[in-house]
Design a protein around this ligand. Structure first.
Ligand code: LLP
Length: 388
């Protein structure tokens, strides 16, 4: 960050989400170019960040959207995503949500259970429409990531498992209002062994696609989900995630020219361009360590409390406003009345004082979208680097 940017940030009320729009645009542009070069279609996972400016820019690049609720679909359409570019996953889509999505004419319902298929067929019939359907497959693959964000193991609630494949084929074939389009996979999030893990997904998905085609279904749409990880330890090292490694691996999928590969990145798109900015309210001196208490809390960014996730913390004031001495060890906590409201323990920071401006890094994805009003606390608004 440049000093001039920091100086402008100093006038902001905190907590606030700050988005570096140059980095954001560079990231999206590279994603779009890499995907186009390999003939892969991208659907941005709206759940990761639904800021209007973020959404509109992604839509303007011709990417589609991956939604998981009726509200996300309505919002994506308002932000410029054409309905036919929208895919819709989720294990608990309600009748109301399904009906609005049928009427909107979305690109594909990624159906997660046999019962959902039957209900979707029935609702589409009542609307006098046909619904394009992909089966979300549970491929039973271990993505080697946090247990809360592993989604492709048989014990997870997501997708249709192998034991139900034959029934799924039967239902699809006998449902007059469903147009079978393809298969959908998503094995987890924050995957860092990119080429290795996604190659396992590709190999398994190829077998499953072959099996469905052997049953007389044409699998035109092959969606391999999201999951590309980012570097939380060193957000400045290489702030643009490994789209090349991911998309090249996905593109090795053996497919005919009439079959299109799709992916659904979320975290990798906006995580590194966002920081949660917060001021130090107090520095509480302890017997063994000091605790920096911020005006941002777990209600603004829940990842550390929920997943034990690491987010780098930078003291911007120390970096820009004064000569700093040796670093000291601090716990960095929020003000919420929960012991879990801690952003980091034993963090090495320059000597830190009340009023310092701190940045909690890599917070652009699964940050603001997961916030709550616990303790009647407010939302952290968004500011964009090019509007300061
Ligand atoms: N597609 C599907 C079907 C998904 O379930 C997800 C994420 C994505 C795509 C996007 O995955 P990504 O590229 O972001 O890894 N709140 C957690 C992450 C939950 C991810 C849920 N599904 C976190 O903060 O780490």
């Amino acid at each position: 960050m440049k000093k001039s940017v920091f100086e402008r940030l100093l006038s902001l009320e905190t907590p606030v989400y700050y988005y570096d729009m140059d980095l954001f645009r560079k990231t999206v542009d590279l994603l779009a170019e890499t995907a186009t070069a390999h003939g892969v279609k991208v659907h941005y996972a709206v759940k990761s960040n639904n800021e209007e400016r973020i959404m509109r820019y992604i839509a303007s690049k011709g990417l589609g959207a991956d939604c998981v609720s009726g509200n996300e679909i309505a919002w994506a359409v308002r932000c410029g995503f054409p309905p036919e570019s929208i895919v819709y996953a989720g294990v608990g889509k309600t009748d109301k949500e399904l009906t609005s999505a049928i009427l909107a004419g979305i690109g594909a319902f990624n159906c997660e259970s046999l019962e959902e298929l039957r209900i979707l067929d029935d609702l589409a019939g009542r609307c006098g429409r046909k619904a394009r359907v992909c089966l979300r497959i549970n491929p039973d693959i271990d993505a080697h990531t946090h247990q809360y964000i592993t989604t492709g193991l048989e014990e997870n609630k997501f997708g249709i498992s192998e034991y139900a494949f034959e029934d799924a084929v039967r239902i699809v074939k006998s449902s007059p209002n469903l147009i079978f389009t393809g298969l959908h996979f998503h094995i987890g999030s924050q995957i860092t062994s990119v080429r290795e893990i996604f190659a396992v997904e590709v190999a398994k998905a190829e077998k499953i696609v072959d099996w469905f085609e052997s049953q007389g279904l044409r699998v035109d749409h092959i969606d391999l989900g999201g999951g590309l990880g980012i570097d939380y330890d060193d957000p400045d090292g290489d702030p643009i995630p490994d789209f090349k490694g991911w998309i090249e691996t996905v593109a090795t999928f053996r497919h005919r020219p009439d079959q299109v590969l799709h992916i659904e990145p979320g975290r990798s798109v906006a995580a590194q361009c966002g920081s949660l900015l917060s001021r130090v309210v107090y520095v509480k001196e302890g017997r063994t360590k000091d605790i920096v208490i911020l005006d941002a809390g777990m209600n603004n960014l829940i990842r550390p409390a929920l997943y034990g996730a690491y987010h780098k913390v930078d003291n911007l004031s120390a970096g820009f406003l004064r000569e700093t001495g040796p670093e000291r060890e601090y716990d960095v906590a929020g003000p919420v009345c929960e012991s879990a409201d801690v952003f980091g323990t034993k963090r090495l920071l320059p000597e830190t004082f009340r009023g310092d401006l701190l940045a909690i890094r890599s917070a652009g994805a699964y940050g603001a979208v997961m916030s709550s009003h616990y303790n009647m606390r407010g939302d952290a608004p968004a500011v964009f680097s090019d509007e300061l």
